[in-house]
Design a protein around this ligand. Sequence first.
Ligand code: ZN
Ligand code: ZN
Length: 230
Amino acid sequence: MMFEKYNDLTNFNIDLHIHSTFTDGKDSIVDIVKQAEAINLETIAITDHIRENSTYFDEYIQEIIRIRKTTNIKILIGFEARIKNFQGEVDVANEIYAKSDIKIASVHRFTIGKKVYNPDFFPKEIAQEIEFDLSLAALKNINKEFNVLGHPGGMSLRYFNDFPLEYFEEIIIACKENSIAFDLNSHYHRSVYPELIKLLREHNPLISLGSDAHNKLSIGKWRTLLKGEI
Ligand SMILES: [Zn+2]
Ligand SMILES: [Zn+2]
């Protein structure tokens, strides 16, 4: 199995959320893999941003397959796509799921009607509710094909440095009920980590450990940031 339950986590030499120059990351996949080797990671996933009309994915797969032959590191093919509406639909073409191992659906900016809004366009409590509703809608969508909920609470944490613990708890329970991995994310979850791990211990969902690295020096960073606390 690709993901372990929180209380069963044993292998921390992984990073399943990394962006490359295929989208907004600063470093190439080759350089990401070199860095992963340098810090003794065993498994990484390249999870670049994708949209329904993205065209780079086959080239990206070919590049990953080529680099796999040059390293002992296990490189998984992944993507991160946004949850686009309150039906919990994800902005990615259907055929991409079958080509990917790590399939992350994340709340990013909010689409309301035809416009896209930054979370801080709304008062804090409303933004938090929108993020919560989008997350739960995706988790409960019966047609979902993703396997990771990306940085839960991340938009509220980024814009307001706050996401209610009861929302985290409901999202964790819904992840568990739907066998979706909770992306424990060193970039977004630093400030809430002590409270968050209590809920993760209690409910014990599947976990995807990720840094959300946009440059190679952030890869695997959660291992040092969160050391001893897991
Ligand atoms: Zn994201
Ligand atoms: Zn990301």
